[in-house]
Write a protein that binds this ligand. Structure first.
Ligand code: 13P
Length: 251
């Protein structure tokens, strides 16, 4: 059976104190028997503290929200995959649409980030998804498949087996507008077929594909019911421990 994952993406929210408090609240309120792996995607400033106080407790994991496409060197302000790993966390979110849009991340750069993440034993949560105009032109399947082809298809079977994918239609992020459960399931099934064409059915069948975009306690159960929807990447609702855990418990 595929692993189920519900990951929070705090984005650029919570200073050090507020982030620790939120993570502690999630830890206290989690039962440890959740059906889904809980991952907290936090700003870099929280990683080391949370690695010490949260990672592994009740099975909770912590993710960075980015890493550099360079291994080390004179890249002021950047944080390498090796540095992320050295904090004690095990996951990294890569290629979020906000990073693609505001920081011009390309599929090719993301391929390099994936390599560095995997070399440093970080589990990448690779984000993909189409903007509204692409969906309106009905080119969304081709668009998202190309993101996977250009960033993931160079991976070895071994590395691909460690990779998590998050489909986040950009028009559903922070807008209150979710994809319908049918739209999410259709895209996830398309992506899994695309992965199967390249990596083989067996590996494609083990790859968790998460949905992201205005996921809330009120709609998570319906969205997660899709056969190819293996969990969620949660923005706004992950900033509240009760809402986040309600989503985690929506399977
Ligand atoms: P919202 O849940 O706030 O729509 O954000 C989704 C997202 O971007 C998660 O990475």
């Amino acid at each position: 059976m595929r692993k189920k994952i519900v990951a929070g993406n705090w984005k650029m929210n919570n200073n050090l104190e507020a982030g620790i408090k939120l993570a502690q609240e999630v830890l206290e309120k989690a039962t440890g028997n959740e059906e889904a792996q809980i991952v907290l995607g936090t700003p870099f400033i929280h990683l080391n503290k949370l690695a010490e106080s949260i990672v592994g407790k009740k099975g909770i994991e912590v993710a960075a929200q980015n890493c550099s496409d360079k291994a080390s060197g004179a890249y002021t302000g950047e944080t390498s995959a090796e540095m992320v790993k050295s904090t004690g966390v095990n996951y990294v979110i890569l290629g979020h649409s906000e990073r693609r849009e505001y920081f011009n991340e390309t599929n090719q750069e993301l391929a390099a980030k994936l390599d560095l993440a995997l070399t440093n034993n970080l589990v990448p949560i690779f984000c993909c998804g189409e903007p509204l105009e692409i969906r309106e032109k009905e080119e969304h399947y081709a668009y998202v498949k190309q993101q996977l082809t250009e960033s993931l298809f160079h991976l070895s079977a071994n590395d691909f087996a460690k990779t998590v994918i998050a489909y986040e239609p950009i028009w559903a992020i922070g807008t209150g507008k979710t994809a319908t459960s049918a739209q999410a399931q259709e895209m996830h099934a398309e992506l899994r077929n695309h992965l199967a064409d390249h990596f083989g059915q067996e590996l494609a069948d083990t790859c968790p594909i998460l949905y992201g975009g205005s996921c809330k306690p009120s709609n998570a159960q319906e969205i997660f019911a899709g056969a190819d929807v293996d969990g969620g990447l949660i923005g706004g609702a992950s900033l509240n421990a009760d809402d986040f855990l309600a989503i985690v418990n929506s399977f």
